[in-house]
Each structure stands twice: as structure tokens, then as C-alpha cells.
Write a protein that binds this ligand. Structure first.
Ligand code: PGA
Length: 252
């Protein structure tokens, strides 16, 4: 069984950058970016900027990602955005259950599994985010927490979906803190996730890409991307400046 194909790096802008900021960013980034054939690069702007930058990115090397979606396709769900809406504006990837949504919006594993299913149903590629917080790591529960998030978040996912599925391992203590996981810590957790994927999806498990996220910067991206088991990166703060993200996207 062969492993995942190309590496995937996604810039997650979170709740930053207006439409005009986003357009300026795309115009700065595009001429600086040479995307090697062994990787895919995507940007996840806020919903408001998706439609605005889609025409700028069209036909180029940067794919569009969304930061969230709702599990129904349409209906009385005020404030929500559905898979078909994202599809229509050209989105390829969609983040599911980022730790900030789990924490501030009380998003559950059950919601995560419904969103993963909705994304797959709509022809989008979900990126299910998992990761332990500092207390969970310190009390030796990191592995159990991540295994539980995976098993619950992937409930009902058929092995045939594996090539369209991504997991992002984002330890909460590493997000926005400048304290990235060490390569050894990332390697250990990615191996554990790989084993859990084999348990859940059988022979299809190795087809799922596992991204690392949490304080990825131009200074540590090369080493993290050389770490065994790391198939890509989810980049927050360092993706907000086009030149920094260009350097990250051209990791060596
Ligand atoms: P960070 O965020 O790179 O700013 O740590 C990563 C993320 O939350 O996706």
C-alpha cells in the first residue's frame, strides 16, 4: 500500500484580513510563489474573502480552503455556510473542528463527524483537526484524547473516502504560542494517528494525509516537513504575511 501523495500546506487566516486585505495579499503572494510539484498550497481566508479572491487564484497554484462548514446543505440555519455554497465559489479543502471552534463555540466530536460527512458528500476535502491541550499532555492523556477525537470525528467515514481525507494534528499548547511541537513529539503523535487510521479505515488508512499545525514558521518549517509521518502543515499566524507564507510554501 503506497502512502499519501503530495504534501499539503494550508494557510489558516482565522478571523483576520478584510476583503481588500485579502486581495492585496493574493496579489503580493502570487508572483513570489513557485509551487514545486511535490506539494499543494492552499489558503483558508474568512468566508467573506473567499469569493473575492477566488478569481485571483483561479488557474494558479494556490487552492482555496474554508475554515468551517455546516452539516446541512441548506435551510433555516441562520449564520451558517454549507458545502454546496463553498463548492460553488471554488473551495477544495475545508477545516473541520479546529481547536478554536471546539473551545470558543463548543464544537463537539459529533458535530465534527457530521461536518466531515457533509464535506465528503459535497465533493469537498475535509481536514479534521485534532489535538490535546496542555493539561491533557501533562497528565499523560494526549494519546487517548487524540484517539477519541479521531474515532468520533471519523464515525461513519467509509475507507473509500481516505484519499480525500486529511487530519491536522494541532496540539493546543502549540497554537499561537511560538512553542511548536518538537520533531520528536510530532513524529510520535503522527505515528499514533497513522495507527489509529489503520484501525478505523483498514488498508485505506495510509492514504490519509496527516498535517502538523501549531507555531509553524519559516524558521522551523524545513525541519518539521522532514519529520517522519508529517505530510503537510496547517499554518496560522505565519500565514498572515504573504512573504512569510511564500517562504513556508517553498520549504526544503
Ligand atoms: P499558529 O496556528 O500557526 O498561529 O500556531 C495554527 C492553527 O491554529 O491552525
Amino acid at each position: 500500500m503506497s502512502g499519501p501523495a503530495r504534501r499539503l500546506l494550508i494557510g489558516n487566516w482565522k478571523m483576520n484580513l478584510t476583503v481588500s486585505d485579502a486581495q492585496a495579499y493574493a496579489r503580493t503572494l502570487l508572483p513570489r510563489l513557485k509551487v514545486a510539484g511535490d506539494r499543494e498550497i492552499a489558503l483558508a481566508p474568512p468566508f467573506t474573502a473567499l469569493g473575492a479572491i477566488a478569481p485571483l487564484l483561479k488557474g494558479g497554484p494556490i487552492l482555496l480552503a474554508a475554515q468551517n462548514l455546516f452539516w446541512e446543505d441548506e435551510g433555516p440555519y441562520t449564520g451558517e455556510i454549507s458545502g454546496p455554497m463553498l463548492q460553488e465559489v471554488g473551495v477544495t479543502y475545508v477545516l473541520v473542528a479546529h481547536s478554536e471552534r471546539r473551545r470558543h463555540l463548543e464544537e463537539t466530536d459529533r458535530a465534527a463527524s457530521r461536518k466531515v460527512a457533509a464535506a465528503l458528500r459535497c465533493g469537498l476535502q475535509p481536514v479534521l483537526c485534532v489535538g490535546e491541550d496542555e493539561m491533557e499532555r501533562e497528565s499523560g492523556r494526549a494519546a487517548t484524547v487524540v484517539q477519541t477525537q479521531l474515532a468520533r470525528g471519523l464515525e461513519g467515514v467509509a475507507p473509500g473516502a481516505a484519499p480525500r481525507l486529511q487530519i491536522a494534528y494541532e496540539p493546543v499548547w502549540a497554537i499561537g504560542t511560538g512553542k511548536a511541537a518538537t520533531p520528536a513529539q510530532a513524529a510520535e503523535m503522527h505515528a499514533l494517528i497513522r495507527a489509529e487510521l489503520a484501525r478505523l479505515l483498514g488498508e485505506a488508512g495510509p492514504g490519509v494525509r496527516i498535517l502538523y499545525g501549531g507555531s509553524v514558521t519559516p524558521a522551523n518549517v524545513d525541519e518539521l516537513m522532514r519529520t517522519p509521518g508529517v505530510d503537510g502543515a496547517l499554518v496560522g499566524g505565519a500565514s498572515l504575511k504573504a512573504d512569510e507564507f511564500a517562504r513556508i510554501a517553498s520549504y526544503r
